[in-house]
Write a protein that binds this ligand. Structure first.
Ligand code: NI
Length: 135
């Protein structure tokens, strides 16, 4: 299997909390991530596409094209935004790294015109990341 990956970044704010829980209960479940002011992350996103090599171009998909799709569909919508309140694709979604990765997959899946979306890796920090390969 042949895979190609484009890595991009975005910086966003979020707060993990359940409005139906008390502050103490939220602290119990979400820890520091529940603090009222929210906090930010420098996310790293890796989008991996699988496919065959096009005989003419020698590529699965032109990474410049892939980059353009991810910038248009994801980065421009999430970068420097509040993920709790200001992002349409995350509406009514707890902005955990897991949920964000799934929503990114859903937003990109049908937009990849060459090859097939294979995997999303979303790094919230250097040490915490999610891998999603669709349902
Ligand atoms: Ni966080």
């Amino acid at each position: 299997m042949l895979l190609i990956t484009k890595r991009l970044g975005f910086s966003s704010a979020h707060r993990l909390f359940d409005p139906e829980l008390s502050d103490d209960e939220n602290l119990e479940v979400f820890g520091k991530c529940s603090y009222k002011g929210g906090h930010g992350h420098n996310y790293k996103l890796e989008v991996t596409v699988s496919g065959e090599i096009d005989e003419k171009t020698g590529m699965i998909i032109d990474v410049k094209v892939l980059k353009g799709i991810v910038e248009k569909e994801i980065i421009s919508k999430l970068d420097h935004k509040n993920l709790n309140t200001d992002v349409e694709i995350l509406k009514d979604t707890m902005p955990t790294v897991e949920n964000i990765a799934v929503k990114i997959w859903d937003a990109l899946d049908l937009k990849i015109e060459k090859g097939k979306l294979f995997e999303i890796k979303l790094f919230e920090t250097n040490d915490n990341f999610v891998t999603y390969r669709g349902r």
